[in-house]
Design a protein around this ligand. Structure first.
Ligand SMILES: Cc1ncc(COP(=O)(O)O)c(C=O)c1O
Length: 367
């Protein structure tokens, strides 16, 4: 079976982990601090705070910005459920607005229309690595927290995603462009947000054995063992991107020849992080549904994935928000999106195998 997104790690990462273990520091210490410094330089952000996951990054950012019970946070349904879950955990209510058909990022006009006097923040996602349209969101005059889990390497209109909004949250999960297995980062130029997150993720050391807590915080710090992996991955960023560029080009070429298999739009004004290669399967033109494509690709020994099922249609949210109106663009996309294998660990031959399998399946289903 050709796996969907195998981790692109090797001897350098193994050596970095071994060295960290030998140093005697398994928890947050020098490696995490180095990761924060290196990322802050890379992103051009004043502060970068290492935390235990992308989910924790968003949760702490929301809390640091004062989001809590009674508030509303406008977000997108086409995302990993964590984006909405963190809002629920603060006691606030996620307000889902529909996405744009072109790239499935949040529709800024619908976001504007959803603002009420309870709206405390906007939480958009840069889906698959394509930055969402930030200018109209900033124009709403509310705090913007970016879910940049897919967006290490993304640039919005020539500026790197990282220090453009009130807080930008990255994930270091196993499949991400910079992978540590688990981990996350918050980038911000705001001193108050950085200070808040520092207090929330663990506690403030007073020097010596003394400590104090400014707030009842969380346990959301990053282990040095994981930071060591991320540091090596950061060194490999350009090399890995070059491989993914070839993979995207191969899929673009194939999709152009296959009726009903349509890649998502990538805006030429922006730099796409090339994190996920997603097509929509139009059942009319492609001759079958996305799910039938998934089954036949599996028979061809190709693993695929789905990013994402609309969050408001999942059981937890149907229970939490029984009056949620339908979001037609997101709901249709949820049944059509299909993610193809992309990883610097895949060879060009692996990707050629995926393309051949997709062509065979398409010939069978589309006639
Ligand atoms: C869009 C999006 N947001 C947030 C997350 C959560 O990140 P993490 O798994 O590091 O908590 C992910 C996931 O992996 C994601 O894809």
């Amino acid at each position: 079976m050709l796996s969907f997104q195998p981790p692109a790690v090797g001897e350098e990462e193994i050596e970095a982990v071994a060295e960290t273990i030998r140093s005697g520091w398994l928890t947050t210490a020098k490696r995490s601090a180095e990761l924060e410094e290196r990322f802050s330089e890379y992103l051009g952000a004043k502060h970068v705070l290492a935390v235990s996951s992308g989910t924790a990054a968003m949760q702490l950012a929301l809390v640091a910005l004062g989001v809590g019970p009674g508030d509303e946070v406008i977000t997108t349904p086409i995302t990993w459920p964590a984006t909405a879950n963190v809002v629920v955990h603060t006691g606030a209510r996620p307000v889902f607005v529909d996405v744009r058909p072109s790239d499935l990022n949040i529709d800024p006009e619908l976001a504007a229309a959803a603002v009420t006097k309870r709206t405390r923040a906007i939480l958009p996602v840069h889906l698959y690595g394509q930055p969402c349209d930030l200018d109209p969101l900033w124009a709403l005059g509310l705090p913007v927290i970016e879910d940049a889990a897919h967006a290490v390497e993304s640039e919005y209109r020539g500026r790197k995603i990282g220090a453009l909004s009130d807080a930008t949250c990255f994930s270091l999960y196993a499949t991400k462009n910079v992978a540590a297995g688990e981990g996350g980062l918050v980038a911000t130029d705001r001193d108050d947000v950085a200070e808040g997150i520092r207090d929330l993720r663990l506690m403030r050391r007073q020097g010596g054995s003394l400590y104090d807590i400014a707030v009842p915080g969380y346990k959301a710090n990053l282990s040095d063992v994981l930071a060591a992996i991320a540091l090596v991955q950061l060194d490999k960023l350009e090399r890995h991107r070059a491989i993914r560029e070839r993979q995207f080009a191969a899929y673009d070429q194939a999709a152009a020849e296959l009726d009903g298999i349509d890649p998502l739009a990538r805006d030429a004004r922006d730099t796409h992080a090339l994190h996920l290669y997603v097509v929509r399967i139009d059942p009319e033109r492609a001759g079958a549904t996305r799910d039938e494509y998934v089954t036949l690709l599996e028979e061809e020994r190709i693993s695929t994935s789905i990013h994402f099922l609309p969050v408001h249609t999942l059981t937890a949210y149907r229970r939490l928000m029984p009056d949620q109106p339908s979001l037609p663009v997101a709901e249709r996309a949820g049944s059509e999106v299909l993610s193809l294998p992309v990883s610097p660990a895949h060879s060009d031959d692996d990707i050629a195998d995926v393309v051949d399998a997709l062509r065979r399946v398409h010939a069978r289903l589309a006639g």
